[in-house]
Write a protein that binds this ligand. Structure first.
Ligand code: ADP
Length: 455
C-alpha cells in the first residue's frame, strides 16, 4: 500500500463512526464529505504554508506567522488525533477558518485573503453541517465586518486595515462577501434538499421492497405448511378414514349372506361392529374438522400461564382424581410474566399434553406431571414431564402426525389427533414441539413459543 492510501486509511479510521447507518441519509454524506475535506486540507495547507512563512519572514509579519502556524497545528489535530469526536473535529475546523480570516484581515490589511476565508466558512458550514447553520455564519461574518468598520471609524484598532482603507471602502467590499455567502448558502441548500428528497424516495422504496420480501417469504412458508397439511389430509382421507369404511363394507357383505341372516347372534355382532366403526368414523371426521379450525382465533391475549394450567387441571379433575395424579407447577412458571397467546388454542395445548400424561401413565406408579419453563431471549421453552409408560425411539417423531399413535387402540383409547393439534398450535405461536422419551421411563414434551408474536 502506498503512502497516500495509508494516509487516507488512517484518517478514515480516525473519523469513522462506530456504526454505518443502514440507510445512508444526508448526514452520512455530510460526514463523508468532511472526511474528504480533511484528507486534502493538510497537503494543501502545507503547500501554502512554506512560501507564506518565507514572505512573513521578509515582511517581518510575526503575528501572521504565529496564527498560520497555530492553524496548521489545529488542522494536524483534526486530522491525526485519535480521541476527538467527529463533532469536535468539525468545530475545530470551522474555528480554524475564522482564526485565519480574522488574523489575515487584522494583520495583513488586505481584503482578499481574509474575506475569502470568511466566505469559505459559509461554504464549508453549508456542506458539513446544514444551510440553517450557514445563515448563522453569514450573520457572524457580517458582525465581524461591521466591527472592523467600527474600529476603522473610531480609529481604535491597531490594525493595518485602519491605516490603509476608509470604513466606506471596506464596507463596500465586505458587502460583496456577504452577498456571495447568501448565494452560496441558498444554492447549496437547494442542492441538499433535492438530494434529501431523492434519498428519502430511495429509502422508502428499499423499505417497501424489504417488507415485500419478508411478506413473500412468510407467504412461501405458510404455503409450504399448508401444502404439507394438504398432503397429510390426502393421506388421511385415503388411508385412515377408509379403514372404518372398509370394515363397514366387509361386515355388510357378510351380513348379506343367508347364513348370517339366520344366525341372529352373528347379525347382532355385525351391527355392533358397524355402529362401532361409524362412531369411530364420526370421531375421526370431527377431529379433522377441529384440526382444520385451529388458528381461526385472530386476537392475541395476555395470559398468566399458571392460571391456564390450573384451569386445565380443574377441567381434568375427574381424570386427575381417578388416577391419583400429582400436578406440579414449577416456580419458573409461577414467576412468569404474562404472555401474548391465542388463549383458546393455548389452553387446548396444555389440555392435550396433560391429559396424555395422565392417560399414558404407568400401571405401577401414580402419575407425577411437572410443568416448568425456561425463558430464552426470543422465546419461552416449556417442559411437560411425566413418569408414564414412555415412547420407544422409533415413534418419537411419528406421534406428531395426525392419527399416528405409538400405543395400541385397545390398551389406550384415542384417535391420534391430540399431538397433531399441539404441533399446529405451537407453530401458530412461532414455536416448535418435540419429545424426549424411552419406553418405560416417562416422557418429556418440550415446546417453544415466540416472545415477540404480538409485537
Ligand atoms: P391419542 O392420545 O388420541 O392417541 P395423541 O396425538 O395425543 O393421540 O398422541 C399420539 C400418541 O403419542 C399416543 O397414541 C401415544 O402413543 C403417544 N403419547 C402421547 N403422549 C404420551 C405420553 N405422555 N406418554 C406416552 N406416550 C404418549
Amino acid at each position: 500500500m502506498n503512502f497516500w492510501s495509508r494516509y487516507r486509511e488512517l484518517i478514515a479510521s480516525n473519523l469513522s463512526k462506530e456504526t454505518v447507518p443502514e440507510i445512508k441519509g444526508v448526514d452520512y454524506w455530510r460526514d463523508k464529505l468532511f472526511y474528504v475535506i480533511v484528507v486534502y486540507t493538510l497537503p494543501v495547507c502545507m503547500i501554502a504554508y512554506i512560501p507564506a512563512m518565507a514572505i512573513c519572514y521578509y515582511l517581518d509579519q510575526t503575528a501572521i506567522a504565529f496564527y498560520d502556524s497555530l492553524a496548521i497545528v489545529l488542522i494536524v489535530l483534526v486530522t491525526f488525533s485519535k480521541r476527538l469526536s467527529l463533532r469536535c473535529r468539525k468545530l475545530i475546523y470551522v474555528f480554524t477558518l475564522y482564526l485565519l480570516s480574522v488574523s489575515l484581515l487584522y494583520y495583513m490589511g488586505a481584503y482578499g485573503p481574509g474575506l475569502l476565508y470568511l466566505l469559505s466558512t459559509v461554504i464549508f458550514v453549508s456542506l458539513i453541517y446544514s444551510s440553517k447553520l450557514a445563515y448563522w455564519c453569514i450573520l457572524i461574518n457580517t458582525v465581524i465586518c461591521l466591527l472592523f468598520a467600527l474600529g476603522m471609524q473610531l480609529q481604535v484598532m491597531d490594525s493595518a486595515m485602519v491605516t490603509i482603507y476608509t470604513p466606506e471602502a471596506w464596507l463596500a467590499v465586505a458587502s460583496n462577501q456577504v452577498l456571495l455567502s447568501i448565494l452560496f448558502a441558498a444554492s447549496i441548500q437547494m442542492l441538499t434538499s433535492g438530494f434529501t428528497q431523492t434519498l428519502e424516495k430511495e429509502s422508502s422504496l428499499k423499505e417497501n421492497i424489504k417488507n415485500e420480501v419478508i411478506e413473500s417469504a412468510r407467504l412461501v412458508k405458510e404455503l409450504k405448511i399448508k401444502n404439507e397439511e394438504m398432503e397429510q389430509f390426502t393421506y388421511i382421507a385415503s388411508h385412515d378414514l377408509q379403514e372404518p369404511l372398509n370394515t363397514i363394507l366387509g361386515i355388510t357383505e357378510v351380513l348379506k349372506l343367508p347364513s348370517a341372516r339366520n344366525a341372529a347372534r352373528d347379525f347382532e355382532k355385525g351391527l355392533d361392529y358397524i355402529s362401532f366403526s361409524v362412531e369411530r368414523l364420526k370421531m375421526l371426521i370431527k377431529g379433522l374438522l377441529d384440526y382444520s379450525r385451529i388458528g381461526r382465533q385472530l386476537a392475541f391475549e395476555e395470559v398468566r400461564c399458571e392460571e391456564v394450567i390450573r384451569n386445565v387441571a380443574s377441567d381434568l379433575r375427574s381424570a386427575v382424581s381417578e388416577s391419583g395424579a400429582k400436578l406440579i407447577i414449577d416456580e419458573s412458571v409461577r414467576d412468569m410474566d404474562r404472555v401474548a397467546v391465542f388463549p383458546l388454542d393455548f389452553n387446548q395445548l396444555f389440555q392435550n399434553l396433560i391429559s396424555n400424561a395422565i392417560k399414558f401413565r404407568s400401571p405401577t406408579v401414580k402419575p407425577v406431571i411437572e410443568v416448568s419453563v425456561k425463558e430464552r431471549s426470543d422465546f419461552y421453552e416449556f417442559l411437560i414431564k411425566d413418569n408414564g409408560i414412555g415412547i420407544d425411539k422409533d415413534n418419537l417423531d411419528k406421534i406428531f402426525i395426525i392419527f399416528k399413535r405409538a400405543h395400541s387402540d385397545t390398551a389406550y383409547q384415542g384417535t391420534g389427533i391430540g399431538l397433531a393439534f399441539c404441533k399446529k398450535i405451537v407453530e401458530l405461536h412461532g414455536g416448535k414441539i418435540w419429545v424426549e422419551s424411552k419406553a418405560g421411563s416417562g416422557s418429556s414434551f418440550y415446546f417453544t413459543i415466540s416472545r415477540h408474536l404480538a409485537k
